[in-house]
Design a protein around this ligand. Structure first.
Ligand code: CAA
Length: 257
């Protein structure tokens, strides 16, 4: 049991809450290790279907831990960035989707963590930004790369060069967040997780994989990957069940096999 990450189970769904509210859930080595260990355990959990990630208090995550970074040498900073980036890549490679329920500040490493998740939901108090230039550094957990890929270079340059924060509405309009919610952001994320949990698990993981693994591929490479994964779906009993259930006008009962 970690003192910086609370994991709660609701059937096939886990809720991961980062619990360092006094430091606005800033990502120090302990939080990154806890998230990485949770992701490793999640990958070995055949019954898990989706994860909701959020932060305790007024922040999702207000960035990498500035106090922990203040006296790093260049070599240590490179290693810290590698550790944060590896966590992000691990989230993207997870077989189950991760939904970021952004309850408050998602800044620097927090915005980067949200962008490593599959679906970003912005609550009414969400604030996104890459304010690293205020500290004399640049994003180091993937911000310059994932933000530009998510929202385009024009808006990524605006955020990374000015360090300005954007609220939920602007985050959705620029494509950084998928949805904005007025009510309880974790409840909304859980509703999405339950929707996903009712689908064919292999299909969900292949759809996620097809998108992430080919985000930088040329179209014909991406289409080939999609074709292969589509074909592999036909080796599952979930494909047979899903299509049979549709034709028999009943709800499908997926097993993930
Ligand atoms: N690291 C360490 N501690 C942090 C932190 C961070 N990223 N963000 C906030 N805290 C701490 C504050 O130091 C403060 O601690 P004390 O109570 O001990 O003084 C506590 O959290 C509460 O913060 P504030 O009093 O500042 O709260 P606020 O409501 O007045 O302001 C805020 C909120 C605008 C988010 C402000 O805290 C802030 O600007 N935080 C820093 C945001 C930032 O620059 N993030 C990027 C970090 S660099 C990075 O992430 C690099 C990377 O890509 C790897």
């Amino acid at each position: 049991m970690s003192d910086v990450l609370r994991i709660e189970r609701q059937g096939p769904i886990e809720i991961w809450t980062i619990t360092r509210p006094k430091a606005l859930n800033a990502l120090n080595a302990a939080v990154i290790d806890a998230l990485t260990e949770a992701a490793i355990a999640a990958d070995a959990d055949a019954d898990l279907r989706a994860i909701v990630l959020t932060g305790e208090g007024k922040a999702f995550v207000a960035g990498a831990d500035i106090a922990a970074m203040q006296s790093l040498t260049p070599a240590e900073a490179g290693a810290f960035a590698a550790k944060g980036q590896a966590m992000g890549e691990r989230f993207e490679r997870l077989g189950v989707p991760v939904i970021a329920a952004v309850n408050g500040f998602a800044l620097g490493g927090g915005c980067e963590l949200a962008m490593s998740c599959d679906i970003v939901i912005a609550g009414a108090r969400a604030k996104f930004g890459q304010p690293e230039v205020n500290l004399g550094v640049i994003p180091g957990f993937g911000g310059t790369q994932r933000l530009a890929r998510r929202v385009g270079a024009t808006k990524a340059l605006d955020l990374c060069l000015t360090g300005r924060f954007v609220g939920a509405e602007e985050a959705v309009s620029m494509g950084l967040a998928a949805r904005r919610v007025e009510g309880d952001v974790v409840e909304e994320a859980l509703a999405i997780a339950r929707t996903i949990a009712a689908k064919g698990p292999v299909a969900v993981s292949y759809a996620k994989r097809a998108i992430h693994e080919n985000a930088d591929a040329d179209l014909s490479t991406g289409l080939a990957a999609e074709r292969n994964l589509f074909a592999l779906c036909f080796a599952t009993s979930d494909q047979s069940e899903g299509m049979t259930a549709f034709l028999e006008k009943r709800a499908a009962e997926f097993t993930g096999a």
